[in-house]
Structure formats: structure tokens, C-alpha cells
Design a protein around this ligand. Sequence first.
Ligand code: C5J
Length: 226
Amino acid sequence: MITIPADPYPFAFDPASTALVLIDMQRDFVEPGGFGETLGNDVSLLQSVVPPLKNVLDTARAVGMTVIHTREGHVPDLSDCPPAKLNRGEPSLRIGDPGPKGRILVRGEFGHDIVDELAPLPGELVIDKPGKGSFHATNLQAELTERGISRLVVTGVTTEVCVHTTVREANDRGYECLVLSDCTGSYFPEFQRVGLAMIAAQGAIFGWVAPSDALITALVPQEVAS
Ligand code: C5J
């Protein structure tokens, strides 16, 4: 077991039974010219997540941790998109409409895929999810069980939406989650701050929060040893 400083108290984990989860680091959310920016969001707040997350990803790969990527999106005929989701939001730009990087939130489109810097390697699990949570309508839990994973290091975007929903789902299913503060991002700075505070509140009600250097510092000796 490795123990790292975290909020609200140290987080203990074994890299062999812990997965790094990268949530929805998709071009349409993160990149300039994507769907997120088209809606008027400041994507620089999400772009700042990429360099520290790349460091964590490289370290996790070097020590042989399980790496899981998720992508939010729908099949091209949108049959997996409930009307309540489809009909929500800006009427001018809805799921399935043509966007700047292809049809918005549709699988197989350029904007739906993960940014180049964090592209999955062959063998890494990619979970396509129709909802905000990574467990809803996916095989994530079965994949974790098969790999003997009991803890998750959660990263990605956006903190208050897909990261939060996934951490809450995971918590209810018995997983212990560490959320990396500088490897998660929101278009809204106050949601970033409060979103992270809500996770660690009340004695880790949903999980733990730590900066990525705390994790990397703890993992690097494992890399040398492995
Ligand atoms: C949103 C997400 N914000 N990945 N998706 O719609 O957080």
C-alpha cells in the first residue's frame, strides 16, 4: 500500500488494484474551436488540465496501472439519447447537429474523440457512455471487477458534471476515489472549487482530493522498482 497526503486525510492505495480514469478529455469539450467553446465557454480552463494529466498518464503507464478513458456520446441514430437530454440546451446547437468538429457528441466524429496528447494506447479500456456518469449504461463495473480494481484515481472534465457523477456512482458501488485537483477542470472556476470541496467534505463523503504531484511523487519510486 502507498499512502499520499490528501484532503480530508491521507489516501492509501495499491497501484495494482487502482485504475486511473480519464473522463471525457474529448476535443469538443477541451479544444479551441470545439462544441464547448461554441457555447461561449472559456476552454483555456479545461486546456490547463492536459499537461498535468499527461504527466499522470505517463507515470501510471510506466508503473503498469490500469488506465481507463471515457467518452460521452451517442450512436449516430441517437437511439441511446433520451429525449430529455436531446431536447435540452441551446436550440441552435443540439446533440447530433453538425458542429465545428463534426456532429455534436456523436461517436466516430472527430470532436467526439480524445485529444491527441492523451490518446488511448492499444489495450487501454475506452468506455463510451451515453450519460454523465461512467457506470450508467456501460460495462465499466464488470471491467473493473474482472481486473480486481477497488480504487479509482479520477481525472478529466468537467468537474461538476461527469467527474462528479462518476465519483458519486463509484462511491455508491463501493469504490474509493481519489480526485486529482489539477487534473480536473470546469468552465466555471467557482464550480471547480466547490465541486472539489464537496467530494472531500464530511470526512470524504464521496472521496479524497489531492494535487497530481502528490500521486506522482508516490508512484515514481514504484517506477524505478518495476
Ligand atoms: C458535460 C461532461 N459537461 N463531460 N459533460 O456535458 O462533463
